[in-house]
Design a protein around this ligand. Structure first.
Ligand SMILES: Nc1nc2c(ncn2[C@@H]2O[C@H](COP(=O)(O)OP(=O)(O)OP(=O)(O)O)[C@@H](O)[C@H]2O)c(=O)[nH]1
Ligand SMILES: [Mg+2]
Length: 338
């Protein structure tokens, strides 16, 4: 089983990472300081009577970046729209050395425990069942690349990498190859690390978060399966709108959870050094690497969560916009229109 433990596959890879590569990765993440601590949603959630009414700020925390506006969300939706030429499966690779090395498209990778929802999330992003997903842990066994934004006769604009998960159902060799990819791949712009907050941050998550920081790999946290955080049972989703107290308390609890994630490297003065959270905070601090981007997005890959089918995947456009920003397709470079 692959557990992202610093003493197993990662030590091997540490020696492979040259100082030069580390510098290269650092220059790709210039915007990783917490600059806007007060950028919290200020609007009341009382009028959010259904999942369709939820805004990106209800399901996210933005402190390094600005929440996307409606024009940006629409352009993200268009960019990822399923067409005859997009998405396309590019390759599957069990080993890093077999990945085509001369591609020019910017890449983003999705990491997380087995079963956290990586493959389903990519399907939701491209609105097409392109990845194999399922209940059984360890469903994805190779690094699978998908190109999006392609037009007739043209190359894809962005490559999404669906990675095998870590923890139960995974294999040690998969972890070694993923670490090689994360540390050496020049096309990699950002790694999205998926967390299922129903289960908290597990030791495997802590280890990968520490490693990403240690090796200065640009990364961002995504909270998966947010429908389950807002509603305990799928069959209750229909009634979510009818109970304002439950609805508001779930949204408030979500913001508390996001605040806790944001402060995961803060060592509380009153905590006990034998507390695992304390140890994790100390470890993160000791790595001295750049923290995750100050933007945490919660998403659902479930199709029928919202009543309005156009918004069938909860908050998915906000994540699409983040991917466009990570890869330079947000209009911030001259000549690239959003
Ligand atoms: N309720 C809910 N279930 C989800 C969501 N996303 C995925 N699932 C379910 O979670 C299970 C695992 O999903 P996958 O997408 O295969 O997870 P994975 O992270 O790719 O798993 P591995 O390939 O094993 O690493 C499936 O049964 C999905 O239907 C979500 O947003 N909400
Ligand atoms: Mg998978």
């Amino acid at each position: 089983m692959w557990k992202p433990h610093p003493t197993s596959p990662y030590r091997l890879c540490q020696t492979l990472l040259s100082q030069q590569q580390r510098c290269h990765l650092q220059t790709l993440s210039p915007n990783l300081q917490h600059t806007n601590p007060n950028n919290k949603p200020t609007t009341s959630t009382a009028h959010r009577t259904s999942f369709d009414d939820l805004q990106p700020t209800d399901l996210a925390a933005y402190w390094d970046t600005q929440p996307p506006n409606s024009t940006q969300l629409k352009s993200a939706s268009r960019f990822f729209a399923h067409t005859r030429h997009s998405p396309v499966k590019l390759y599957s690779a069990a080993q890093f050395r077999t990945i085509p090395h001369d591609s020019r498209e910017p890449e983003v990778a999705f990491l997380g425990k087995t079963n956290v929802g990586k493959s389903s999330l990519i399907n939701a992003l491209v609105d097409h069942e392109i990845c194999r997903s399922g209940d059984k842990r360890g469903k994805t066994t190779e690094m699978n690349a998908y190109g999006i934004g392609g037009t007739k006769g043209g190359e894809s604009k962005i490559v999404l990498l669906d990675m095998p998960g870590y923890g139960t159902g995974s294999k040690l060799e998969q972890g070694e190859e993923i670490m090689k990819y994360l540390q050496r791949r020049k096309q990699l712009r950002r790694t999205f690390i998926l967390l299922d907050l129903r289960h908290g941050i597990k030791p495997g998550d802590q280890q990968i978060l520490t490693l990403l920081r240690q090796y200065a790999i640009p990364h961002q946290i995504v909270v998966s399966k947010v429908d389950r955080l807002l509603c305990d049972r799928v069959q209750d989703l229909k009634h979510w709108h009818s109970n304002q107290i439950v609805r508001n308390s779930k949204l408030a609890k979500l913001q508390i959870d996001l605040d806790a994630l944001r402060a995961m490297d803060q060592i509380p003065s009153d905590s006990n050094p034998s507390d695992p959270q304390y140890e994790f905070a100390v470890r993160l601090k000791e790595t001295k690497g750049p923290p995750p981007l100050g933007e945490i997005i919660c998403v659902s890959a479930m199709k029928d969560v919202a009543r309005n089918l156009k918004k069938s995947h909860l908050n998915i456009d906000a994540l699409r916009w983040s991917i466009m920003q990570a890869t330079g397709f947000d209009g911030s470079f001259e000549g690239v229109c959003p």
